[in-house]
Design a protein around this ligand. Structure first.
Ligand code: PGA
Length: 251
């Protein structure tokens, strides 16, 4: 495995006081320890600019949780990729299952957003994953094949995050063999779709990653890192993830 990537998805959490508290703890740690893990924090839009200032000079990187496919225009309430870049984001989560659910996002739309992100020099982190019902019906690979083909643009240059919907926010992650099987499948699909380049696209796992299970998850071959929800706003636990991930740095 290359040096693991850890992405923290704060979701709709983080008032200014909370964001400051979380980041102060992270900075307190990074001031005293060398962090060699690529660590991306994805706070809500409202905190990006302020956090950019706070993390200046630290190893932490910033991402957003969504962007609009257009660079600007009459889209009340939306945020574009150039706006995210403007306030200091370098990454953007796209197609998270909660956005597919709450905002009826389609693979086609996610693909347009990924293009917009790349046009603004943001790294898109495209999320895919199956429901409990799709897995029970043994349709999960089929469903993910469609998501991969539909939501990744031809010149895709980001990360793919496998997040089984049934494991998100439940406290129970998918089992190691289940993750390993799907990561292998995703790698095959990426290689089929992008050739040699597809072999290098980092594939992350997300869904109830926590200090007690990250080690066995990171042991999975071909896994590029993890996408963390709930634990990303619990700085002590999040820092434990970083500590454990350091054992996986390739030499
Ligand atoms: P979780 O969320 O770690 O709370 O399961 C992961 C995600 O939704 O990205």
């Amino acid at each position: 495995m290359a040096t693991p990537i850890i992405v923290g998805n704060w979701k709709m959490h983080g008032l200014t006081s909370e964001a400051n508290e979380i980041v102060s703890e992270l900075l307190n740690y990074s001031n005293n320890h060398e962090i060699q893990i690529k660590t991306v924090l994805c706070p809500p839009f409202t905190q990006i600019a302020a956090l950019k200032e706070k993390i200046k000079g630290s190893p932490f990187l910033l991402g957003a949780q969504d962007c609009h496919p257009s660079p600007q225009g009459a889209h009340t309430g939306d945020i574009s990729a150039p706006m995210l870049k403007d306030v200091g984001a370098d990454y953007v989560l796209l197609g998270h299952s909660e956005r597919r659910r709450d905002h009826y996002e389609t693979d086609e739309l996610i693909c347009e957003k990924a293009i917009a992100a790349q046009n603004s020099n943001l790294v898109p982190i495209v999320c895919i994953g199956e429901t409990k019902e799709e897995r029970a019906a043994k349709d999960h690979k089929f469903v993910m094949g469609i998501q991969i083909k539909g939501s990744l643009p031809q010149d895709f240059n980001g990360f793919v995050a496998y997040e089984p919907i049934w494991a998100i926010g439940t406290g129970v992650s998918a089992q190691k063999h289940e993750i390993a099987e799907i990561i292998e499948f995703i790698r095959e699909e990426l290689t089929e779709q992008f050739g040699e380049r597809g072999k290098k696209i980092p594939i992350l796992y997300g869904g109830s990653v926590k200090p007690s299970n990250i080690r066995e998850i990171l042991e999975i071959e071909e896994l590029g890192g993890v996408l963390v929800g709930s634990v990303s706003i619990m700085p002590k636990d999040f820092l434990q993830l970083l500590e454990i991930a350091h054992d996986f740095i390739s030499t």
